[in-house]
Design a protein around this ligand. Sequence first.
Ligand code: B12
Length: 231
Amino acid sequence: MSERPPLPTAVLAAAGLNRQHVFDLAALPDDIVSRLELEPGERQLILVGHGGRRLWECVQAAQLPGPDPIDDYTVATLQRWFAAHAPNQRYRILYPGDSPIGLQALGQLAGWHSPSPFMVGVDPEWGSWYAYRAVVVADTDFCPSEAVHRSSPCSSCPNSPCIAACPAKALAGGQFNLETCSRYRLRPESACAHGCLARQACPIGAEHRYDEAQIHHSYSRSLAVLHRYYR
Ligand code: B12
């Protein structure tokens, strides 16, 4: 039997989609697989993420006009990638999309996710400056990735500066209160409307912190969700 080829990652990484993990669907827990509404022949799930600033630089350069430039860029990049590297494989991009996929749960299986007091996952290399950009199911047969097992950076953080930095005290006692956080963000002149002071106080991976424009862009999007929810 021939060995399974590794996922060709160089083009994705150069495009800013620099985190990838291949799962065999047969090896994933049932509670995840049952939400995917799989089609016959689908064998693998490819989780794609970004860490640091490169993705945003690429998205800016692409000058996409719509309200979701990161998602649009990600989908276009994956379509080009499949055409070039797996032209005969069938694939479906489930995220971005409407499928109810718990991205942090997948990240936990890949070894990317450790919970933080401010709920955005933290990783020893990227800190909290990474996110999940795509979930693809495909009839590919790439070599499955090994999970990276690293201990949570928060467990050895001596004084949890994130907790002290939150002006809303939404992380008091290390327990995140989404309602307190959200209501503070929605206040006029809130210091957290377009960024999170707790996240910015985290020392892990600080060199990968997004630039102001990216922080403003993504927090404006979550703020808009909160405005709809609490209106
Ligand atoms: C709904 C949602 C939100 C909601 C609230 C979360 C909630 N619990 O209802 C709102 C709109 C507030 C939100 C905000 C943000 N979110 Co959000 N959000 C999601 C989403 C779409 C679903 C989470 C969920 O409900 N999962 C289902 C349940 C069943 O999963 P679960 O494992 O039981 O629960 C986990 C999450 O819910 C999470 N969680 C619970 N409460 C909260 C609260 C916040 C604020 C966050 C970020 C996570 C979080 O922790 C749980 C344990 O792992 C995910 C994407 C996804 N499809 O997973 C992104 C996601 C969790 N969000 C993410 C991010 C980055 C943010 C923002 C920082 C975005 C931004 N730049 O503004 C902000 C946070 C700012 C803030 N303090 O308000 C990232 C986290 C990346 C990472 N490194 O871990 C995700 C994974 C999206 C992605 N594409 O990567 N988010």
